[in-house]
Every structure is written in C-alpha cells, then in structure tokens.
Design a protein around this ligand. Structure first.
Ligand SMILES: Cc1ncc(COP(=O)(O)O)c(C=O)c1O
Length: 486
C-alpha cells in the first residue's frame, strides 16, 4: 500500500527497486527550483518569487472574436505560390535552390490563403491573453532559462506549467521536455534503461527483459526512442499491426515475460484515426501492461476539459504515462510527460533527451501556461471543431474521425493535382506521399480548427467532392502495414 492507502502497481514497485541503484551510483538527478529576478524600477530581491499564477486573472471569451480568424490564415510569397501550382512538391535539388532564392528575396506580393495544414487546432496562436502573458514574461524575465533544467533552467514558470498539466491529465506529476519528440525519446530510453540498471552490468536473460509493444504507425520519435532503448539491451520489441487489437492481444498472450509495455499514439498524425482506447483499457486489465500514450494531437482538443483522448474515452486512470506537446493545440513549444512521481524521478534521471537539453524559454513557458488556462475555459473551441468535422463528413461522405482528415487518393500525382485545385481556390494544405506513409496511400492531409467557418468547409468540400474520385476506407489501407516507416 502507498501513503494514500491505494494498492501500489507492480510497475511502481519495480521502479522503486531500481531508483536506489541509481542513487548509489550518483546517477539520480533532482530538479533545482529557482526564479529569475524581475526587471523594472522598484523590483527588489525576491520579486521573482512573487510571480502569481492565478487562473482567474486570464481573460477568456465565450465565442469567436475578430482576431481568432487570423489563426486560420497564411500568406505565401507570390512566386512561391506560383511554383506550388507548378508542382514544387516534387522535391529536387533545383526546387530546394529555388525556394532558398525566394526566401532571401523579400518579396512584396503575397497570396493570402486559408490554412488547412497547421496544428493550431484551437486557433490559440492569436489569442490576446496568451500574447500578453508571453510579452509580460519576456519584459520582466528576459528570454532565458540560461541552462538545462537540471543545472539552472527550471523556473517558477516551468513549475507552474508542470502543475497545471499534471492536473489536466489527472496525474501526480509532470516533466517538461524540449519538445514532444524529446519527451517520447526520454520515456522510451528511460524504459529501456530499467533492466540494465537492475542487472548492474550483467547481461539480462530473455525473460528478464521488458517487452515493448508498439503500434506500426506510431510517431517517428517513438520509433527512434525504441531503437535507442533496444541498444541498451534491456528490451524486446514487438510491432503490432496498426490499431489491430486482435494482433496485439495475440502478441501479449504469447509473450512470457512479466514486464510488458504498450505504447501508442492516441491520434495518428498522418491518418487522423484514433487508437481503440476502450479496447486498449480492456487489454491492459487482461495483461497488466504499462500503458504509454502519446496524446500529442488529442491534448486540449478532446475531452470535456481538454484532457485529451483518455478523458474523452473515460480511461484517464488506465493510462500510466501520458505524453504531450505544447507545439500543437497549445500553439507554443515544448513537450511534457505526465505520470506518477516515481516515474517522473526515473525519467528525469534516465531520459537523455531531457537531461541533456534545455527546455522552453520563460516567455514560452508563460505562453503555454496561459494556453492551458484558456484551452480549459474556452470550451466553445472544442465544440466548434466537432461541428466542422460533422459538416465536412456530411458534405463529402468522407469518414471524419478527428480534426485531422486524411483524404486518401492513392497515386501521388493525383494527390498533387487535387492539392493544386485547392490552392487555386485559396486553400493551403499538403499532399503527403511515401515514405512518410505506406506505398500507394498518397493523401491530402487536412486539419480542421475551431476558427474555420462553416463557409470554409462548404467551399473546401465542393472542391474535394469534385476532384477526389478514389476514396478508399482508411483503415483497410493501413491495417497490414507493419514496417516502421522512415
Ligand atoms: C504523434 C506525435 N508525437 C510527437 C510529436 C512531436 O511533437 P513536437 O513537435 O513537439 O516535437 C508529433 C509532431 O509531429 C506527433 O505528431
């Protein structure tokens, strides 16, 4: 039992066994809290400590405001726009040089387009409350943190942000990382280092290893993190077919190791489909694995409070480690890991991409904190995304599962052609082809946001319906794709 009377998980006991071994080898790394002195007349010693993080002081709005629309717009240099129409997506050395020339030329003519390719799902990038919080922090505390979090870069802003994220995800603790990519790498490497630390130099037996089961379409940062974890010699890796719970169940059943981890994206960034959350929770009950969820695209967008897809599917307490990013719906920068206190200690001591990297500058930590507050309170943003999803599905017949809509076209040339029609009509989105996605599944990746209007969707749907003739169900395309991409 722990101090709250709850049964301790076997994974927590395992980490508890490993942590003292780190401590005895001086490899345990505590965070060092500190403040940056506030600038300005009359700001004396200790002023930094008085920075207040009171959610009620952040102004929020009940509906869309004029500035919100800017978050859905983008301007392209005219000559680049022309080149896109001429097929610049087919990247060659010449195209690279040409784009560099355009970048350095400072053009004066720009083409304004409606953006359907970004990850600013809530449209927070132009929110005045967030801009104000960012500017205030920059003026008062500058652009530091001046060092990595284990040296001198962990400020009261970072601490407040961690607490707000842990609360949002209903977890004991949170660890900020440089990016979502770094957060995934840190968790995978930390998992991979448990057995080597426990074995203290001895080669582990096959049964002693941690078995990690990863969805075939997981993000590149999970794939790369697992490759590094594998090199440490303490894990055995299994890839299961994309979102295929029968395959995962069979692999888990056949695996005789006692320590198992399942890692999956919650919302797949190139396919727009959602992991079968309820079934994963059921399988966790059956097999007792550690569930690691990368909720990069779900956080702030899904769930009543914006807690993400685990909140949406009512399985927040089944997820053991929830990873997120502040670079998408929060419209800032940085990654984070929410978990138990003991896992946080382990990850901050073993996750090399956390240890050896600086986290967000103070103004961006302030921006992220303001985003968390605004995202939680402005619930209309989540509602509007759902409305846009329903409208697009009703108008096109495309099964819209999330705010990321993947229109599979198959042939890359056809995908580029359709994209040109969208560009001509004033929409910016991207055509994605292999190797980023499986062969013959070239697609348009569209992202819907809270600041798109019904009128945008109507116009977009009219073009898509006219040109996309090769729609095939997404799930059937990828379920057999088990080769890790890139
Ligand atoms: C599923 C997923 N995880 C992690 C990341 C990395 O996040 P970041 O951009 O903060 O490094 C991304 C970004 O594309 C992503 O799509």
């Amino acid at each position: 039992m722990d101090s709250t009377g709850k049964m301790k998980s076997s994974w927590n006991m395992y980490i508890e066994e490993a942590l003292p071994k780190l401590e005895s080898r001086n490899m345990f790394t505590p965070l060092r809290p500190m403040n940056i002195p506030i600038a300005g007349e009359g700001a004396g010693e200790g002023e930094g400590a008085q920075t207040k993080f009171d959610e009620d002081e952040y102004q929020t709005y009940d509906e869309i405001q004029p500035w919100d629309r800017l978050a859905a717009q983008i301007e392209l240099p005219h000559s680049f726009f022309q080149r896109l129409l001429n097929g610049v997506e087919l990247v060659s050395k010449y195209e690279l040089q040409e784009n560099e020339r355009i970048c350095s030329n400072q053009e004066t003519e720009y083409k304004k387009l409606i953006l359907f390719a970004g990850n600013d799902f809530l449209g927070l990038s132009r929110h005045p409350t967030i801009a104000k919080a960012t500017a205030k922090a920059a003026v008062e505390q500058g652009t530091g943190p001046r060092g990595s979090p284990l040296i001198c870069g962990y400020t009261n802003y970072h601490m407040a942000l961690e607490s707000s994220l842990a609360k949002l995800k209903k977890k004991e603790a949170c660890l900020l990382c440089t990016s979502g990519f770094g957060a995934n790498m840190a968790v995978m490497v930390a998992i991979g280092s448990i057995v080597p630390v426990l074995c203290e130099g001895r080669r582990p037996t096959k049964e002693e290893k941690v078995s990690v089961f990863s969805d075939a379409l997981n993000h590149a940062s999970i794939v790369d993190g697992l490759k590094l974890a594998d090199r440490l010699g303490g894990v055995e890796l299994f890839m299961y077919k994309h979102c295929d719970m029968s395959h995962l169940d069979a692999l888990l059943t056949n695996c005789k190791n006692t320590r198992k981890v399942v890692v999956t994206d919650s919302l797949f960034s190139m396919d727009g489909d959602i992991a079968p959350m309820a079934e994963l929770a059921q399988l966790r009950k059956k097999h007792g694995f550690l569930w690691v969820l990368d909720d990069a695209h779900g956080t702030f967008v899904w769930g009543k409070n914006g807690g993400g897809l685990a909140e949406e599917f009512n399985c927040e307490y089944d997820v053991d480690i929830s990873i997120g990013t502040l670079s998408k719906a929060a419209s800032s920068l940085g990654g984070f890991v929410t978990c138990s206190k003991i896992w946080k200690q382990w990850i901050q001591s073993r996750g090399r991409s956390f240890i050896f990297s600086t986290i967000a500058p103070v103004p961006l930590a302030a921006a992220s904190y303001a985003s968390v507050v605004v995202a939680k309170k402005e619930t209309w943003r989540r509602r509007e995304i759902q409305n846009r999803m329903k409208e697009l599905q009703a108008l096109t017949g495309i099964p819209v599962k999330s705010q990321i809509v993947c229109v599979i076209i198959g042939d890359m040339m056809q995908a580029i052609k359709t994209n040109h029609e969208l560009l001509k009509s004033g929409f910016y989105c991207v055509a994605v082809g292999p190797p980023a996605v499986a062969p013959n599944t070239a697609r348009l990746r569209l992202t819907l946001t809270a600041v798109h209007t019904s009128e945008d969707i109507k116009r977009l749907a009219a073009i898509i319906s006219k040109y996309v003739k090769f729609q095939v169900p997404r799930s059937s395309n990828c379920s057999d794709y088990i080769t890790p991409r890139l």
